[in-house]
Design a protein around this ligand. Structure first.
Ligand code: 6R9
Length: 635
């Protein structure tokens, strides 16, 4: 297991060590892992190119570090505990040995179907153990997994399959979510109409839905594994070979395929899991994220399993059969570490106390949050009613691009402060810079959050577009990785994340590009143009406010067009990207050079149109007056 910090003094010591000599620090952490060959060079980097290489020359396989490294000691211990959507259905537990055999068997099935090292495998699956098995099977044979969140629409799935040039898709007939069934296989069928490159689809039978199997292309999971051996020699990978692609949203329309490589991601996800959750052997750890997002990759699958932990995977939703579902699970399995998103806390808080009071939550030791800023009210409710004033809260700040947690308290070690992510983990060198890239030193400063030194878990490129990688993260401020977030460092040197400073919004912890939503709205035949901004929302953190210019109204009138715009966004992206408020406007506020003045729209959406700031560059002030007059508020 990776090195663990036990005290504040230990943290300060490790942090200083990691800054004084980062290479020696990470080389020591990396020693805990199983390498076919140790690296020749710990770090080579250049933020201009950019080019970042960790543990160059090292040879390994990440799944050997989960299984072979641990099997002698913990083979018979649970690795994956799975709780189904329906509490009346049987749960499943796979020990390390059992999971190992399943991974090998499925790895052989993939090989048998022609999947080779370096091939991309698209995975569009519900939260079932086979999703974890599929990811690890890819890693076993050196194939690159690209998991697509099972809430994305057919069009979004197709975009991601095409961009990654995946030849194979893994899915299920359907997925259970509360009372609903998501028709995953039908969505795949629709997506594949525009993906001629896909030769094979493997389908796991989960919901027994009525689906069509395409002859010569589709194969049932249970048929694919039939007769396959449960021994599969792990592919020897270079440290910098790609492990996975995960798509995320940015300021421009097209999603970015964030690429993580093998050794650096392994070392970083394992090290951060161990320290941030202070996991001890035998603990039960429960992260409520979906594996379709980075939190699930790093902190349901890789981080915990690399530490020999017992990781709990939940198929369902927090509010079904009732709003006590998370707490029932905590009670049933005696969960020790619980990790969720502020949006879930806010929605459960609003449901009242009756779902909590009769649950035994005394097993909890550490509570975590991730994905968006947590407001003080939610923090206190979580602390008082879930943690019952005994459990430290780790407010973990990080991103798809960072691979693992960057700024977070260590529970019981670094004193917390509501809504502060507190201090950087060892190896992380955050800086706050002003608009022109000047570093703001000292405390009590506010600005753009950057990193001035690499860490092992950082993304290496955007799939197929290295120049976009450079432009997005390394060109705004010279020689720094720019996070896209604003942050404050307070008088104690603690970091508080203030939210995105770019055109990305965070809706219920889902990261969405406003341009992406605008593209979907603009595809509507009656829409001329649109602008989307975020506004404060009591449950979701941010809500989606769309200003839309229509040429004419159809027979359904304003209500009809609002409805059909929502439908268009659902079918182009997914239901989670549906605008909350749609205001039909005569025009958008633009500068003389034609740029949309989003600052003004943000103010209107926030309900604060009294102080619009400098509007002298506006082309047409009349449009703004009309927009303010027709502004919508949530009811
Ligand atoms: C892990 C994850 C990343 C963006 C990030 C920031 C926001 C994440 C946060 C937080 C405040 C926290 N964010 N954690 N904001 N406090 N503890 O969420 O990755 O989906 O890529 O989103 O989420 O704005 O830039 P991802």
């Amino acid at each position: 297991m990776t090195a663990k910090i036990h005290s504040l003094g230990g943290y300060i010591h490790e942090y200083q060590k990691s800054i004084a000599n980062p290479e020696a620090f990470w080389a020591e952490v990396a020693e805990d892992f199983y390498w076919h060959k140790r690296c020749d060079k710990v770090l080579e980097w250049d933020f201009e190119g950019p080019s970042i290489k960790w543990f160059s020359g090292g040879k390994l396989n990440i799944t050997e570090n989960i299984f072979e490294r641990n099997l002698y000691t913990i083979g018979n211990q649970p690795a994956l505990i799975w709780e189904p959507n329906n509490p009346d259905e049987q749960s499943r537990t796979l020990t390390y040995s059992e999971l190992y055999l399943e991974v090998n068997r499925f790895a052989n099935s993939l090989k048998n179907l022609g999947v080779l090292k370096g091939d991309r495998v698209a995975i569009y699956m519900p939260m079932i153990p086979e999703l974890t098995i599929a990811m690890l099977a890819c890693a076993r044979i050196g194939a690159i997994h690209s998991v697509v969140f099972a809430g994305f629409s057919a069009a979004s799935l197709a975009d991601r399959i095409i961009d990654a040039e995946a030849k194979i898709v893994l899915t299920a007939d359907g997925g259970f979510r509360g009372e609903k069934i998501t028709p995953l296989k039908n969505i795949v069928d629709e997506a594949l109409q525009s993906c001629p490159g896909v030769e094979t689809v493997i389908v796991y039978e989960r919901t027994k839905s009525n689906i069509k199997m395409v002859e010569g292309r589709d194969i049932w999971w249970h048929k694919a594994i039939e007769g396959q051996s449960d021994e599969c020699v792990a592919e020897e990978m270079d440290a910098e070979d790609n492990l996975f692609i995960l798509y995320t949203s940015g300021s421009t329309g097209k999603p970015k395929g964030i690429v993580h490589t093998t050794a650096g991601y392994m070392v970083y996800s394992a090290y951060t899991f161990h320290n941030v959750f202070q996991y001890n052997a035998g603990d039960i750890y429960f992260c409520t994220a979906d594996i379709g997002w980075i939190t699930g990759h790093s902190y349901i699958v890789y981080g915990p399993l690399l530490n020999g932990a017992q990781t709990l995977m939940f198929e369902g939703i927090p509010t079904w059969p009732d709003a006590g579902r998370f707490w029932d699970i905590v009670d049933k399995y005696k969960v020790n570490q619980f990790y969720t998103a502020p949006t879930a806390i806010r929605s459960l808080l609003a449901m009242g106390m009756e779902h909590i009071t009769n649950k035994d939550l005394s097993s909890l030791k550490v509570l975590g949050t991730v994905g968006e800023p947590i407001n003080e009210e939610a923090w206190h409710w979580y602390h008082d009613h879930i943690g019952r004033n005994r459990c430290p809260i780790v407010d973990t700040w990080w991103q798809t691009e960072t691979g693992g947690v960057m700024i977070s308290p260590l529970p019981g070690i670094i004193p917390t402060k509501p809504s502060f992510a507190t201090l950087p983990l060892p190896g992380i060198q955050p800086v706050i810079v002003n608009e022109v890239g000047k570093e703001l030193t000292g405390n009590s400063v506010k600005g753009n959050l950057c990193m001035k030194f690499p860490w092992p878990g950082m993304a290496r490129t955007i799939w197929g577009d290295h120049d976009r990688f450079r432009q997005t993260y390394f060109s705004t401020f010279r020689n720094m990785y720019f996070t896209g977030d604003g942050a404050q460092r307070d008088e104690d040197g603690y970091y508080r994340i203030l939210g995105r400073v770019d055109d990305v919004i965070n809706v219920s912890g889902h990261r969405l590009g406003t341009a992406e939503i605008e593209n979907a709205i603009n595809a509507h035949p009656l829409v001329n143009e649109s602008a989307v901004v975020g506004y404060p929302h009591s449950i979701k953190g941010q809500g989606i406010y769309a200003f839309v210019v229509c040429g004419e109204l159809s027979t359904g009138g304003e209500e009809g067009i609002r409805k059909s715009i929502k439908m268009a966004v659902t079918s182009m992206i997914g239901p989670f990207a549906r605008p909350d408020l749609i205001q039909l406007v005569p025009g958008l506020p633009k500068t003389r050079s034609g740029k949309i003045m989003r600052r003004i729209l943000r103010k209107v959406a926030e309900g604060d149109a009294t102080n619009l700031g400098d509007i002298t560059t506006l082309l047409d002030e009349d449009v703004v007056v009309k927009i303010i007059d027709g502004a919508l508020v949530e009811v």
